[in-house]
Each structure stands twice: as C-alpha cells, then as structure tokens.
Design a protein around this ligand. Structure first.
Ligand code: ADP
Ligand code: 5GP
Length: 208
C-alpha cells in the first residue's frame, strides 16, 4: 500500500526546494507532474516540473474528464492527471502532489487517507525576499502571489502537518521524517510482520 502526500504552500515558501530534497534523498517517492497553462519559468523543462500546455488543450482535457482535480491559480490552470495515482500504485511508490489549497480540498474528498502537509515561510518578509531571490517572476506576479499568500495561509488548519521552512536543512529533515513515519504505520508493515510472527510459531508465549 502506498501513501499519497499532498503538499501545499504559498508560492515562494520553498515547497519545490523541499520536495526535490525529499525526492533525491528518500527512495521510493515519486512526484505527480501536473499540467499547467503557465509558461515555463527559468530552466523548467516540459514533462519535468510540469506538462506545459495551452488553455484550449487544458479545457479539452477538462471536458474529457482527464483530471483528478484542477484549479485556476494566479490566472492559469493547474491540474493533476487521473493516471498519476495508478502509476504510483503500480510502481509501489509513495506519491507527492504539489497542489494549491483548492486542489487539496478536492482531493481530500477523493483520497481520504492522503497525508496533507502545509509549508510556511517564517514571515511575510522572508516570503517576499524568497520570491525576489528566485528572480524569475515579474514584479506584478510577485505582488499577486504575496496578496494571495494571506488567503492561502488561512487554510493551514485543514492540513495534518504544518512545516515552517526557516532553516532549510531542518525543514527537509522534518519532511523526510513525516514520509518515513508514515511508512512505519502498522497497516503499512503488515506484510513484513506476518513472516516475523510466523517465525515465532510454536514458541509458547510468556504470560503478560
Ligand atoms: P515554492 O516552490 O514554494 O514556490 P521555491 O522552492 O522555488 O518555492 O523557493 C523560493 C526561493 O526561496 C528559492 O530561491 C529557494 O532557493 C529559496 N529558499 C527555499 N527554502 C529556503 C530557506 N529555508 N531559506 C532561505 N531560502 C530558501
Ligand atoms: P507555480 O506556478 O509557482 O509552480 O505554482 C503555483 C501554484 O499552483 C502552487 O500553489 C502550486 O501548488 C499549485 N499547483 C501546481 N500544480 C497544481 C495542480 O495540479 N493542481 C492544483 N490545484 N494546484 C497546483
């Protein structure tokens, strides 16, 4: 049984940085590559960060019911393709979805046992600095993302975990710990427990 991790955060909080640390440092985790009508930023490659498509194609895919969830964020469409869940399951991998609060609300209903994580920068000032330091968005886009951050943050209490991304190494360790702890849950280790129990068969149990 694999786990679906839904991660949301205001843009610039460091979500992509943390998710790439998780993917590089914990084996058996795969990333859901979303579809978007946003233009590629910096060195983003098609099929890696996102599948970049036009508005018309996105709307055709909505009509064909291809998305597990989709939302309009900052004036662009973003959506999770239905196939990602099945692919992760067949590969036996945990799946990480980087989606906004609207998408997370839709998916919580469809995947009730998904683990949800909200990431926060330590303050508004640091969020603004990070958006500027990234140096890939126009001033108007940065302003819009900051304005939307306040609204997004108010949804933090709908998530299972809240991670403050102050010191990057510490936040990355916490994120990896959440994934590892999930893997140690009883229902995830049943298959490993059975042969251990079988190896004790015939040994009389001492009274408690
Ligand atoms: P998001 O995916 O949430 O939009 P990014 O991962 O692109 O955010 O991070 C935004 C910027 O902040 C990047 O330049 C990144 O290197 C930087 N950053 C990420 N985490 C930290 C941190 N803990 N301290 C300082 N800068 C950070
Ligand atoms: P960015 O343009 O900075 O990559 O992403 C903007 C926002 O869109 C982020 O909050 C990100 O989590 C969200 N997002 C990315 N992919 C998806 C998706 O497939 N569905 C939804 N609902 N949001 C997404």
């Amino acid at each position: 049984m694999n786990t679906v991790f839904i991660i949301s955060a205001p843009s610039g909080s460091g979500k992509s940085t943390l998710v790439s640390r998780l993917l590089n440092e914990v084996p058996g985790v795969t990333f859901s590559v979303s579809y978007t009508t946003r233009k590629p930023r910096g060195l983003e490659e098609d099929g890696s960060a996102y599948h970049f498509i036009g508005r018309e194609e996105f709307e055709q895919r909505i009509a064909a019911d291809e998305f597990l969830e989709y939302a309009e964020v900052f004036g662009n469409y973003y959506g999770t393709h239905c196939g990602v869940l099945e692919r992760a399951r067949s590969e036996g991998k945990d799946l990480v979805l980087d989606i906004d609060v609207q998408g997370a609300a839709q998916l919580r209903k469809r995947i009730p046992d998904a683990v949800t994580i909200f990431i926060l920068a330590p303050s508004r000032e640091s969020l603004e600095q990070r958006l500027r330091a990234r140096g890939q968005d126009k001033e108007e886009v940065i302003r819009r993302r900051l304005a939307d951050a306040a609204k997004e943050i108010s949804n933090y209490d709908l998530y299972d975990y809240v991670l403050v991304n102050d010191h990057l190494d510490e936040a990355a360790e916490t994120l990896k710990s959440i994934v590892r702890a999930q893997r140690a849950k009883r229902e995830r280790v049943e298959d490993r427990i059975r042969p251990i129990l079988a190896s004790f068969a015939g040994t009389p149990a001492a009274g408690v």
